[in-house]
Design a protein around this ligand. Structure first.
Ligand SMILES: Cc1cc2nc3c(=O)[nH]c(=O)nc-3n(C[C@H](O)[C@H](O)[C@H](O)COP(=O)(O)OP(=O)(O)OC[C@H]3O[C@@H](n4cnc5c(N)ncnc54)[C@H](O)[C@@H]3O)c2cc1C
Length: 429
């Protein structure tokens, strides 16, 4: 077992977008740091799979952005790419498995319908939905939408915390309007280059110990790093697995314990022809954007092609259905997906050129979904307790973002925010 003692100003744990952005901000402010990554690659829930000859790629994790996400747009441009339009036909509709149009889901309106305001304090989101909405099909659509969009079943979600989270996502334009012109791994490479040799791979941190004048951060490899400050840039549910010294534990564990992991599986199908784009609904030809399955909670499929690019449909399976399907073989998952799609889009669905899948469920280092959520019974103020520094320790991850939580943009902003807080509150002391 090797032992390294390295003294720097700050240790950052985790080289996802939050950690890489914190590193960039520290470098810009002239602070020394080490960035410790558990796995053999940076990027976390951003992972591009590039073909051997480099001519094609798919995004196994994050993919879409829009121009409200200014930090990500800047990073895409700084790493030498531009924005490509996702193929979004005018008036494109979302349908369910019986080919009925799924209307716009207005959470604010539904929340207003809740007469007894205290009900929201003491019940899960699914109980609130059951209470407010009478129509069974609408109830199923909303629950499926929540599981697909937030990757956690509404049975476990704290409705008050979700309301606050949605309030922090202010989208002027469709969140899937654009994609980078190349693989997002290029953004990650750009950020990795900024850190250079300060980024160390295969250093899974398992312990943070307080010392007289700072911290010792211990990795599973036996390496130890000492610093004045620590940025913990891993999802809250993942951070819960790190051992903290007593004072940090007392401060942070109640907040960390308030989060639940998401669960998501992504399947990307590529076709010669985009045969699904026009569909007959009630005798009328309509443009199709996607399908939200009501009977299979959390399952949806959407157009994911670029305007000038391969013809792609992407299925996302979120929440409990993802947990269930993570337990079966890849062949069984594939036949689940193909059967659901054939039911709505016809037999041509089997004629795909290629399919790629990534099961994010139960990942020890990334959480499992788009991001963790505050669970029912958890403290809906948990986010606040983690994003402000305490004794020079601060958390950063998309879950804690001041804006755009659960998105890449949120991760970038939270990394920058954590460093700003350390610079104004901690380093000066
Ligand atoms: C399938 C899928 C699709 C998505 N689609 C989109 C999309 O279209 N648009 C969008 O904006 N967002 C999307 N997202 C969400 C987006 O990917 C995340 O919000 C964002 O990347 C999270 O970044 P992060 O830095 O907070 O966390 P992560 O990416 O999870 O990074 C955490 C890092 O910390 C490391 N780590 C963990 N534990 C330790 C430890 N003990 N020691 C050292 N290192 C550790 C991990 O290995 C990882 O590298 C998607 C996510 C998924 C999974």
């Amino acid at each position: 077992m090797s032992h390294e003692q390295q003294q720097v100003n700050t240790i950052i744990i985790g080289a996802g977008l939050a950690g890489l952005s914190a590193a960039k901000a520290l470098k810009e402010n002239g602070k020394s740091y080490k960035l410790l990554e558990a796995t053999n690659r940076a990027g976390g829930k951003v992972q591009s799979k590039v073909s051997v000859d480099g001519s094609d790629y798919v995004e196994l994790g994050a993919q879409f952005i829009n121009e409200d996400m200014i930090e990500m747009v800047r990073l895409i441009k700084d790493s030498g790419m531009t924005l490509d339009h996702t193929y979004l036909a005018d008036d494109a509709v979302i349908i369910n498995e019986t080919k009925d149009e799924v209307g716009y889901i207005n959470f604010a309106h539904h929340a207003e319908m809740l007469k007894d305001r205290s009900f929201i304090e003491n019940h899960s989101l699914s109980e609130v939905v059951d209470q407010v909405i009478e129509d069974d099909i609408e109830v199923k659509a909303i629950k499926s939408f929540v599981a697909a969009e937030f990757t956690v079943s509404s049975d476990y979600i704290n409705p008050k915390a979700l309301k606050r989270l949605i309030g922090n996502i202010t989208l002027e334009e469709d969140e899937v309007k654009y994609q980078a012109s190349g693989p997002l791994s290029q953004v990650i490479d750009y950020l990795v280059n900024i850190s250079g040799t300060n980024l160390l791979y295969e250093e899974p941190v398992e312990e943070i110990q307080k010392t007289e004048d700072g911290y010792i951060v211990k990795s599973k490899t036996g390496n130890e790093f000492t610093a004045k400050a620590v940025v913990i840039a891993v999802p809250p549910t993942v951070a819960r697995r790190i051992q903290f010294s007593q004072n940090l534990k007392e401060r942070f564990y109640p907040a960390l314990n308030s989060f639940i992991d998401g669960a998501v599986i992504k399947l990307i199908f590529t076709y010669e022809e985009p045969f699904w784009r026009q569909i007959m609904i009630d005798g009328e030809k309509k443009n199709l954007f996607g399908v939200l399955f009501g009977e299979e909670e959390g399952v949806n499929v959407m157009e994911s092609s670029k305007k000038e690019g391969a013809n792609r449909l992407t299925m996302f399976i979120g929440g409990d259905k993802a947990i269930e399907l993570a337990r079966v073989t890849a062949e069984e998952r594939n036949s689940f997906a193909v059967n659901r799609l054939a039911q709505v889009l016809g037999d041509r669905i089997v004629d795909y050129q290629s399919v790629e899948e990534k099961v994010w469920v139960d990942s020890p280092y990334y959480g499992g979904g788009y991001g963790g959520l505050t669970h029912f019974g958890g403290n809906f103020e948990a986010k606040r307790a983690l994003k402000e520094p305490f004794m020079n320790v601060v958390f950063a991850s998309t879950e804690l973002a001041p804006a755009f939580p659960q998105f890449m943009e949120g991760a970038v902003r939270s990394g920058k925010y954590a460093v700003e807080q350390l610079l104004t509150q901690s380093y000066k002391k």
